[in-house]
Design a protein around this ligand. Structure first.
Ligand code: PRP
Length: 215
């Protein structure tokens, strides 16, 4: 068991977009997470397995050694913090952006200019706090766990900080993007102790991933 290499992934886009990279490293996951309820998936290598965890739990698993490595969005990584995590690669997958959005009838620029205090709803409180602090805008943050788009529509908040990909969700809810905070993509994260103990195996994966990315 000691030479077992455990990779933490979340179902959906990150899982799907990590598969071609794993394949480049000669690793194939033997079960489809959409068809199985298993949380530990075997691969074609007896000593490599994939564990399925909630996206926001990937950094926790890797930090505390429940997994040796994992794939996580930059958003999740910033919110979790990077203690104990080595981040060797930007995998350039699951790309989107973190943005500020408001109702189309809300004059964000005027409010900011006036120095008004803004009520901001978000799941990403660390990113939002840092962004508005740097900008010198006073905000009251309201922590939500999903469906952020609803907050400005119900009067819970003036603005939201959320991930935007196609912009369709904002459009469908009559919201407009008024600031682009940062570009987001998924990162490979590695447990720092595992990096020393299982150096050869982890290096092989990092090298195969970066070779595939360079293509
Ligand atoms: C994200 C985000 C938006 C949506 C944006 O949610 O929170 O709701 O995607 O995508 P779009 O610009 O292409 O419409 P996701 O589906 O990742 O799930 P979440 O609500 O759990 O964050």
């Amino acid at each position: 068991m000691n030479n077992m290499l455990t990779l933490a992934l979340s179902k959906g886009r990150i899982f799907d977009e990590t598969m071609p990279l794993l394949k480049a490293a000669g690793i194939e996951v033997l079960e489809d997470p959409e068809k199985s309820r298993k949380l530990i998936l075997p691969t074609n290598h007896a000593n490599v397995r994939v564990v399925l965890v909630r996206a926001s739990d990937v950094p926790t698993y890797v930090q505390y050694g429940g997994a040796d490595l994992g794939v996580t969005g930059l958003d999740t990584l910033i919110e979790h913090g990077t203690d104990g995590l080595y981040q060797p690669l930007d995998l350039q997958i699951a790309k989107c952006r973190m943005s500020v959005a408001v109702r189309s009838d809300f004059d964000y620029a005027a409010m900011v200019k006036q120095g008004a205090r803004l009520k901001v709803a978000t799941k990403y409180t660390t990113i939002a706090r840092d962004f508005f602090a740097t900008k010198g805008v006073h905000v009251d943050l309201v922590k939500l766990y999903g469906s952020m788009e609803l907050a400005p529509l119900t009067g819970l908040a003036d603005a939201i900080v959320d991930l935007v990909s196609t912009g369709n969700t904002l459009k469908a809810n009559h919201l407009v993007e008024v600031e682009r905070i940062m570009d987001i993509s998924s990162r490979l994260v590695v447990n720092q102790a595992a990096l020393k103990m299982k150096q050869a195996d982890i290096r092989r994966i990092i090298d195969a991933f970066s070779a595939a990315l360079a293509k």
